[in-house]
Each structure stands twice: as C-alpha cells, then as structure tokens.
Design a binder for this molecule. Sequence first.
Ligand SMILES: C[S@@+](CC[C@H](N)C(=O)[O-])C[C@H]1O[C@@H](n2cnc3c(N)ncnc32)[C@H](O)[C@@H]1O
Length: 276
Amino acid sequence: MQEITVVKDLLKEITQTLSPHIERASREAQLLLMAHLNVDELWLITHQSEVVQDVDKLLSWVKRREKNEPFEYITNSVSFYSEEFFIKEGALIPRPETEILIDEVIKNVEDKASAITFVEVGIGSGIISIILARHFLNAKFIGVDISQDALDIAKINIGKFGLEKRIELRLGSLLEPIEEDIDYLVSNPPYIADAEVLESNLDYEPQNALFGGLIGDEIIQELLECVLKQKIRFFSCEMGYDQKDKIQRYLKDKKIKSLEFYKDLSDFDRGFTLKA
Ligand SMILES: C[S@@+](CC[C@H](N)C(=O)[O-])C[C@H]1O[C@@H](n2cnc3c(N)ncnc32)[C@H](O)[C@@H]1O
C-alpha cells in the first residue's frame, strides 16, 4: 500500500485492501479509521481532506483485519449494553444476545436495593457482573473464571467502572472457589459441542470460552447440579438453541419452584431462569 495520508484516500485504499478478505470492506475501513482517530461518523464524512497521523499504526490494524482477526481485538474496545469495555485476546468478545440474560436477571430481582450476593461463573471480560453491579447498587459480586487471562481483562474493566470494592475475582472452576452463600447464580458458560466446526474468525477467541464438552451442555449440567445441591434461589444461564429439551428433562423430577426459558432476537431458545 502506498503512503497516503488524507482521510478520503486512506478510506479508498483500505477498502481495496480489505475487499478480497472480508465482507463490508468499505464500512470496515470507515470503522477502523474512526477508531484510529477516535472520531465519529459525522466527523469522518465532513473531514475527507484531513491529514491522518500515525498511518503506520492504522496500516498494521488493516493487516490484522485482512487476516480476519476480530475488529474488537484490534481496537481493544467493544460496545455492550450501551457501554464501552476493554477487550483483547484472552477473553470472549461479548455477544449482543447476552444483554438479554442481563435483562432476565434484572426482571427477577424486584428490589433494586437488595444486599444480595451474586456469583458469576465464567466472568470473562466482566461485562455481565459490571452491568448488574451498576443496577443493583447494594449487591456484592464474585466472578469466577478458569482463565487468568480473562480475569486480568475483567480486572481492567472493573477498574474502569470503579467497581473494585464490589466485584471480587477468583480463579477456579465452577463453584469450587466459593464458600459464601449464593443468592443469585448467573452464567454465560461455554456451551458449544467440542466437535462443532466454527467460522475461522472464532479461532482468535479462547477455545475454553466456546466449547463446553463432547455434547456441549456439560458445564450447564454441572451448574444445575450445584444449584439444586446448594439450594441456590435463582440461576439464570445462557445456553445453546438446541439445549432446552435436555435441560427440561433433567429437571423434570427435581424439586424446583419454576423454570422459564427465554429466546434471543432471532427467536432461538437462548437461556433460562431456574428458581429452586
Ligand atoms: C462464553 S464465555 C462468557 C464470558 C462473559 N461472561 C461473557 O458473557 O461475555 C465463558 C467463560 O467461562 C470460562 N470458563 C470455562 N470453563 C469454566 C469453568 N469450568 N469454570 C469457570 N469458568 C469457566 C471461560 O474461560 C470464559 O471466560
């Protein structure tokens, strides 16, 4: 790529470079440039002849995007629930459907001021606990993850929102590191079957954040067992679109108060809340 430094020419050049490799290349060129310059779309449209500084850094981003590395890992930023979070390789990129899981939890706890204890298994980048902590101002949160890389990223986000005193992080599997009584367990666990072949851009994401075992729902099953054994009052969990039947069958003869499933925006079954 030749050295060009004004917005209009750079947009054209980046679009041409990306076109053979990714869809919506021209939109991606705009987004990369907006992130690089820290400007919005209106600025970009109205400053087509503006000189762009530090083009080398921008071109290194383009090279990474050419290889299908996710945009969010390149710019170290992701939008979720109308907030901006830090993200990098090592934690799953938050997905829009997980916003529905958060809405489910909010719906279930009537008293916003409750001083309850939430535990999140598989906290990843921290997005779920952070949004919930900003909603339930007196609640305490403990986030567990088996990945130290994910916990390091969650720590950065928790610091960004000033929630260090309210969200504690623990390294470990499932509920092993928890001795406290839990009022509400929430989780977006890995739930894809190990043998499933995924799109190539998912190669960049931590595999232990995606794959849940041979069948896929193993971690969900283990969490259900913990919930029943420890008599945890609320459990909200994201799941695979085809996992509803098995969860229903597993809970059929168990003593529970209620089990409600919810769908995502594409009308696929996507999660549930168990009141035990
Ligand atoms: C699908 S990601 C969810 C991350 C984040 N909560 C979100 O919604 O974007 C699943 C997370 O669970 C973690 N994980 C996988 N197995 C686990 C286990 N046995 N115990 C605790 N965490 C686990 C992964 O490291 C990953 O961070």
